[in-house]
Design a protein around this ligand. Structure first.
Ligand SMILES: [Zn+2]
Length: 456
């Protein structure tokens, strides 16, 4: 069934808020009736930042579930700091009716951090929304667990604790009778960084290689030894000093706040081999300090793929004078290389320049980025590829093979299609993809995939 009311989420609105607005606009007698219409169940509880049932919600409001997942939940943030396999499982739990698995897949129980559960809002954002769109709503960027400030207005967030007995399973919108209060500086800094990371994730649609990004910045700050070990004794006191004012704020909020602000988590977080999931708040506390608040640096590692650690940056040999001259002459040579290529190839796009002058490109990207940006042609807008069924068949077939290897239990073909992004390649368009079609038949016969309705 789909909604009879035409309702679309506001930019950055939470799924809970969208459903609340639907409920308030519908003629449904109570919450149960709205839940029944949406989920065919009269009992539901919608998490503020990791809601499940996105497939049904998307279908009901005529929205792609993938868009809900990336733009209206904190999936991008949580999935960034878990293994790719776990991220797939988290996505599946959020798309389907596995609400109870969502927290587990996101690694929440292991993090041992407890936060107030509820929906947060900023009174100043609310006042602006009432003026501009006539209704107040909950914003995704306010729901980061452990963050208490509005990144736009630097005011304290107010939390409607939905787990209160009377409010359990209610569908409500933010209260408009609250006065804005200024938030603590450190809290604002953390919230702004958190919101900026989420925004970067949504724009780039790609998870960062955070371990590499951390190492690059640690190395730049002289916090790696020659052997590549982290100087943890320098890192922890610096973090403590940086976040000193959070202590008061967090002391009444977290049950285990002491393990958070002692920064004991930093060691395991940086060790390459420990792969247990870490709560995003820990990464935000660490990375805001390490990156001086610049969320872009999470992706720096990608751009520098061509460089081998630790041999990048200004070389550390010779006396200061020659080393400086070396740097400038090297920079001039590299700049000339890029300029020459662009003169010879006036229609070259960024990708061509990067490919043709790879080493120079990455050296300048790292050491002289402002200059490089001024020279390069503007990035090309992403282009919609022409439908090439044969190429798509190859690609989908390969992805299906990879995906099915990751499954811990058989799923249906339509569930698998959702995992691939819900493009209906495996359902509606399967006839155009003969190779994939044969593979699916094969997987069904082997039992790696199950037919709908077939028991596990
Ligand atoms: Zn605000």
């Amino acid at each position: 069934m789909t909604s009879s009311i035409h309702i679309q989420p506001f930019p950055g609105e939470t799924v809970y808020s969208l459903v609340s607005r639907y409920h308030l606009l519908s003629a449904n007698a109570n919450e149960s009736a709205s839940y029944s219409a949406l989920y065919s169940s009269n009992r539901a509880r919608i998490n503020a930042y990791l809601p499940s049932q996105l497939e049904r919600t998307g279908h009901y409001f005529g929205l792609p579930p993938e868009a809900l997942l990336w733009n209206h939940t904190l999936y991008p943030l949580f999935a960034s700091f878990i293994t790719p396999r776990r991220a797939q499982e988290l996505k599946r739990a959020m798309f389907l009716n596995f609400g109870s698995h969502v927290g587990e897949k996101a690694g929440l129980p292991q993090s041992k951090l407890k936060f107030t559960t509820g929906h947060k809002h900023c009174p100043m954002c609310l006042a602006e929304d009432l003026e501009h769109v006539g209704v107040g709503y909950f914003r995704n960027s306010h729901q980061l667990p452990g963050l208490n400030a509005c990144p736009t207005h630097a005011s304290q967030l107010f939390c409607t604790a939905i787990s209160d007995f009377s409010l359990d399973r209610s569908l409500i919108l933010p209260r408009s009778d609250l006065d804005a209060l200024p938030a603590d500086n450190a809290s604002v800094k953390l919230s702004r960084f958190g919101a900026s990371v989420v925004q970067q994730l949504q724009t780039r649609y790609r998870f960062p290689d955070y371990r590499r990004a951390y190492r690059i910045q640690l190395n730049k700050k002289g916090l790696l030894t020659k052997n590549g070990n982290v100087r943890i004794r320098n890192v922890v006191p610096a973090l403590k000093a940086h976040w000193a004012s959070l202590e008061k704020l967090y002391s009444h909020q977290f049950e285990c706040q002491d393990q958070l602000l002692t920064f004991e988590f930093v060691g395991p977080l940086l060790r390459a081999k420990t792969h247990y999931p870490t709560h995003p708040l820990k990464h935000l506390l660490f990375a805001e300090w390490l990156f001086d608040g610049d969320a872009n640096l999470f992706w720096d590692a990608d751009e520098e793929e061509q460089l081998i650690l630790p041999g990048f940056g200004v070389p550390n040999v010779g006396n200061k004078h020659t080393h400086k001259n070396d740097f400038f002459s090297k920079r001039e040579t590299r700049r000339r290389s890029i300029r020459d290529y662009m003169d010879e190839h006036p229609f070259a796009i960024r990708k061509d320049i990067k490919a043709a002058r790879n080493a120079d490109f990455f050296w300048l990207y790292h050491n002289d980025r402002d200059w490089l940006e001024q020279q390069l042609p503007l990035p090309m807008p992403p282009q919609r590829p022409k439908k090439d069924w044969h190429a798509l068949d190859e690609k989908v077939c390969k992805t299906v093979k990879e995906q099915t290897l990751l499954l811990s239990e058989p799923i249906s073909v339509s569930e698998l299609d959702i995992l691939l992004g819900g493009h209906r390649w495996l359902t509606k368009f399967l006839g155009n993809l003969p190779k994939t079609h044969r593979l699916i038949q094969d997987q069904l016969a082997k039992g790696t995939l199950k037919k709908v309705g077939q028991p596990k």
